[in-house]
Design a protein around this ligand. Structure first.
Ligand code: AQP
Length: 331
């Protein structure tokens, strides 16, 4: 049976990018594989976080996982810092990694630049993010990892680190495959469509959050950058804004780009944007209502307690194999 692992950082309010690139794709695996879905709070602290907010967002994200359709009876849902093997194996992975290959990671380069500009320093955790992510995945011997297209490079380094460890110390880890939605699904900023939509973007108009109320979604789509060409046409180079909106339409409507172009032939962007708003609101509203119900219920803590125990039981098996392979044990 396939084993699935994935996680999202509680580093801000989840965006449509996180939903379409990751969370939405977690759901179907529950019925055909053994699934581990983590709230990766130790990844979130690779940049400075407000402790109170981080605590709140960790619980909120768990509620959002469930509101979006994850079923704790089918999938193990847990918080990364509650399963110590993540940090323990993470350190072993750091010691197997090379500074040069970490410095080549594009996410490191862009986040490091942003942090240096914002705070005047680059947190070391940003550089060691990929080995921790490798540990997350390898602990569960995951066969598939559903992530957005932006995580491709991190998935490659995960495989490299696993292969390197296996070659040097013996076969301990399963080599995981990335699972990305068809077409790659990278949702771009609504204001700068050549940049990915990110939950830590300071421009509120750039991002649709999963928990935005319908009137907010309407305003944000209406304000989304397009162009003066005036045709609904997929051309990432010359019409990046419209192409991004078409990708979002396609993800919600299930229609391909040709079908969408035909639907709006001879019409301006107004009708297209209005339909897009309806599509997003129709699918996101039930999630918003379920989320509000869950936040007020005590159920959430027992789900996470149980999830941490199940994840720990599984992770400790791989961790023990890894420390024995590496000679990191006494008896
Ligand atoms: N714009 C996006 N399009 C498609 N997928 C995306 N993902 C993120 N943004 C997009 C996918 O969401 C999952 C969780 O991401 P994460 O929280 O681990 O970190 P991230 O990729 O760094 O996401 P953000 O929103 O950009 O967070 P911040 O701003 O905190 O860095 C991953 O599977 C990712 O591919």
């Amino acid at each position: 049976m396939d084993v699935i692992f994935s996680g999202i950082q509680p580093s801000g309010d989840l965006t449509l990018g996180n939903y379409l690139g990751a969370l939405k794709n977690f759901i179907p695996f529950q019925d055909k594989a053994e699934c581990f879905y983590c709230i990766v709070n130790q990844h979130a602290i690779t940049v400075p976080q407000d402790p109170k907010l981080l605590h709140e967002r960790t619980r909120n994200l768990a509620a959002l996982y469930i509101a979006a359709g994850l079923d704790p009876k089918k999938a193990t849902i847990f918080v990364q810092s509650e399963v110590p093997e993540h940090a323990l194996l993470g350190w072993m992975m750091i010691c197997s990694a090379y500074v040069g290959e970490m410095e080549r990671m594009t996410q490191y380069k862009s986040k490091a630049q942003k942090q240096e500009k914002k705070n005047g320093f680059i947190p070391l955790g940003l550089l060691t993010y990929p080995p921790l992510m490798a540990a997350d995945i390898l602990l569960y011997q995951a066969t598939f990892v559903p992530v957005g297209d932006d995580q491709r490079q991190h998935m490659e380094i995960t495989r490299d680190l696993a292969e390197r460890f296996n070659r040097k110390y013996g076969e301990v880890f399963t080599l995981p495959e990335m699972w990305a939605p068809e077409g790659g699904a990278r949702v771009m900023s609504l204001q700068e469509p050549t940049k990915k939509m990110s939950k830590s973007d300071d421009n509120e108009w750039a991002t649709i959050h999963m928990l935005d109320e319908p009137d907010v979604i309407t305003k944000k789509i209406k304000r989304a950058v397009t162009d003066s060409i005036g045709h609904v046409h997929y051309d990432k180079e010359n019409q990046p804004g419209v192409s991004n909106l078409m990708s979002i339409h396609s993800a919600f409507s299930g229609k391909n780009f040709e079908e969408i172009e035909k639907m709006y032939e001879g019409q301006g962007y107004g009708v297209f944007k209005k339909d897009l708003i309806d599509l997003i609101v129709d699918q996101m509203s039930p999630i918003l209502s379920r989320y509000k119900e869950l936040m007020g219920s005590p159920e959430l803590d027992s789900i996470l307690d149980e999830g941490a125990a199940k994840a720990h039981a599984r992770a400790s098996i791989t961790y023990n194999k890894a420390i024995h392979a590496m000679g990191l044990y006494r008896k």
